[in-house]
Design a protein around this ligand. Structure first.
Ligand code: GLY
Length: 417
């Protein structure tokens, strides 16, 4: 099977490494990929937001399967164009990708499916903002109702900060969503979905704030670990039965079945799981940890999803133990990151590339905010953390920063339900 992976981040590097271990995968291509993906795949420059460009690349490499990593091409309908051109495609239609592309659409689907989520109001008029803010708090959750790579969400106890973010979104022409704050530890549960069959992967936890002890602004994600020692298996089953399966069924009933990876982000509160958000693709950086423990052939699982045969896929098998991924970010991230810095030590085991490129001299340089995702595995969370931080110590990137506490609260038993 010749597989083309669309995207250029750490998630796509992890997908390519996973695919490279599947004996049924004979050729791997990345569009556009990054400096790290070229060690497992052939990189091809492509505008991933252009359906024509992606279809033409899939034709030129004669792809048997196309896997779309990021949300932007999905929301723009690149998967629809690939399917129309006859390619088996892993990733939802533009209509189903609205579960991530429009938070208001996601709320509507969840209401129809009877899924617990935060109470929310859409504000599209600055004149109505203050009255709406008064109906929320004392912790305000303000979301840009569009794609914002995780950085469009502000959670704050400071009303002025909430107001400034909402006003900024409205000024840039996006409605904002105000939400009630959901208390409880967060879980990212990814499921393969091919319409109505749902196959969950291992639950993971992201670390969204930039600094240790959850300090500083939100980011796209600074690190993750899996599995979650504090989450009983029956809660994972409850999430599948009461959240993911009803949402997949509701999307199918609307005539827009979801095919691809459905990402449920949840808070596990006193009343059980409640949805914080849905995404229409693998999460980054959780994927880097989750796939590190997958024993089953990844290509076969993604192909079964793309071809609507998930019900025939043997149960997924996982390595025992734990995996941890720690993101190395560029100076100033999550603000405008400094790029172009030379990186050394980024070719070892477990070092996945996210925002990297090669300069004119062939050196690996930073090209984005989240530059590397370094993965460690072990027989338990302590070993996996130790390996991740040991591997990170060999990486040199001027001005870079990373969190030192990924998985630490779980390890110390500080997360309880
Ligand atoms: N880890 C957060 C996301 O992928 O959106």
């Amino acid at each position: 099977m010749r597989v083309l992976v669309i995207g250029s981040g750490g998630r796509e590097h992890a997908l390519l490494i996973g695919l490279s271990k599947d004996p049924s995968v004979t050729e791997l291509h990345a569009g556009p990929g990054n400096a790290g993906t070229s060690s497992v795949a052939t990189n091809h420059p492509v505008d991933l937001a252009s359906s024509d460009a992606v279809v033409s690349l899939a034709q030129s490499v004669a792809a048997d399967l196309v896997v779309i990593g990021p949300e932007v091409p999905l929301v723009l309908g690149v998967a629809d164009a690939l399917r129309d051109a006859g390619f088996a495609t892993f990733g939802p239609s533009a209509a189903a990708a609205q579960i991530e592309g429009s938070k208001a659409f996601a709320k509507d689907v969840m209401a129809a499916a009877g899924v617990r989520t935060a109470h929310a109001e859409v504000v599209d008029n600055p004149a109505k903002l203050d009255a709406a803010l008064d109906r929320f708090g004392p912790t305000w959750v303000v979301k840009d109702d569009g794609l914002a790579a995780g950085k469009g969400v502000v959670v704050t106890t400071d009303r002025a900060v909430a107001r400034d973010h909402a006003a900024e979104c409205l000024e840039s022409g996006h409605p904002v969503l105000l939400e009630s704050f959901l208390d409880g530890p967060e879980v990212s549960l990814f499921s393969l979905v091919d319409g109505t069959t749902v196959v969950p992967l291992l639950p993971a936890q992201d670390h969204k704030r930039v600094g240790d002890n959850d300090s500083g602004p939100n980011t796209g994600g600074m690190g993750a670990y899996t599995p979650l020692p504090w989450l009983p298996d029956e809660v994972t089953r409850q999430i599948v039965d009461e959240v993911v399966t009803p949402v997949a069924a509701e999307l199918a009933a609307r005539g827009t079945p979801f095919s691809g990876l459905l990402y449920a982000g949840l808070a596990i509160g006193a009343d059980g799981p409640a949805v914080v958000e849905f995404n229409c693709r693998f999460g980054d950086p959780e994927t880097q940890a989750v796939l590190a423990l997958l024993k089953s052939p990844l290509g076969q699982a993604l192909n079964a999803t793309a071809t609507g045969t998930l019900d025939q896929l043997p149960p997924l098998e996982w390595e025992q133990g734990a995996a941890v991924t720690v993101v190395v970010a560029a100076e100033n991230y999550p603000g405008k990151p400094r790029t172009g810095d030379v990186i050394t030590g980024a070719d070892g085991a477990g070092v996945l590339h996210a925002g990297t490129a090669r300069n004119a001299d062939g050196q690996v340089v930073s090209s984005g905010g989240r530059v590397l995702a370094v993965v460690g595995t072990g027989s338990d969370l302590a070993e996996a953390r130790a390996q991740a931080y040991e591997r990170i110590s060999t990486v040199k990137l001027p001005g870079s920063h990373f969190r030192t506490d990924i998985g630490k609260a779980a390890l110390d038993g500080r997360i309880t339900l």
